[in-house]
Design a protein around this ligand. Sequence first.
Ligand code: SAH
Ligand code: SF4
Length: 350
Amino acid sequence: MEPAPIDLYSLTRAELTALVESWGFSPVHAARLWKNLYLGLAGSPGAFHEIPVRVRARLAAETRIGVLPVGREMESTDGHTRKYLLDLADGERIEAVLMRFTGRVTACVSSQAGCAMGCVFCATGQMGYRRQLSTAEIVSQVVHVAREIHSAPGNRRLRNVVFMGMGEPLHNYDAVMKASDILRDPSGLGLSAERITLSTVGVVPGIRRMADEASPIHLAVSLHAATQEERAALVPAARKWPLDELMDACRHFCGTLGRRIFFEWTLIDGKNDTPAQAHAVGRLIRGLPAQVNLIPLNPTAGYAGAPSGSEAARRFQRILADDYGLPSTIRLRRGIDIAAGCGQLAAPQS
Ligand code: SAH
Ligand code: SF4
């Protein structure tokens, strides 16, 4: 049987160099190839420059570029958000989102097809788990968004990536971290670790591993409730990783790395937006170098709750700031009309 071709998006620059050298070619060709892939954003060998014919022949025989075909794309009426439904080779589908803010462009990418964590208010959780994404499938989403904004008027560069699409990134730790290394490579996309954020439902061993491995990327932890009981009702994964263990892991992360941590709080009207709950979360995370992202609930088919109103959101924010010195932001509601908001990604399977 033919060996499966190697997806070039699965390789770090060191691995690509080793591969090209193993064929008996100069590492110079690997360096050029890397630039073609991540600076030229080449989606096919036809777009390669300065690669000799003998190297091309070997590449054609043994490698491929895992560009993910776009099944569908949608632009939000907000004018800032575009969502791509991408087809994977085995028929699974995932979604990636491009968000244009003033002065920056962000790619929100998926780490799994579906998700096993089952958070009640999340469309990805409602669809269930399909499979892990490979490093190449994660990198390919980012390159796709980079290509989109590069070819659009303004010719901008992608600077920010968030692992906040479908799936739980710390449930696919190795593939996600390798993808982030590839994205950060200074002679490729060159994304700064400062501008890559991973959001987790609270996978305690993964948070500890990030701390112990000195992962350079930002960590956001989805909290949503300040007591174990309330949290477990929204986030079933809390039964496996209880709140006190989660907070210990967060303290370990900040303490070991001397870095800030983000907490996410989906604001659900009348459920977790009362002043008492704002005080509870303030007490819970007081003392940590933390910032809170408040996300008014986005609609999903499987959950009946409503988003908190802006007054309740601002009241929550004021309590965190005035009584606990905690900075917070209220996330802009973007892309809701095309179901591209937080927790709304759920690719229909083909
Ligand atoms: N699996 C990761 C990252 C993906 S979701 C995690 O859970 O953190 C990104 C954020 O959107 C998380 O904080 C998640 O809790 C939140 N979210 C999920 N469903 C939502 C919804 N319907 N409305 C608003 N935020 C939601
Ligand atoms: Fe999975 Fe995150 Fe959705 Fe929970 S919120 S089901 S962890 S994607």
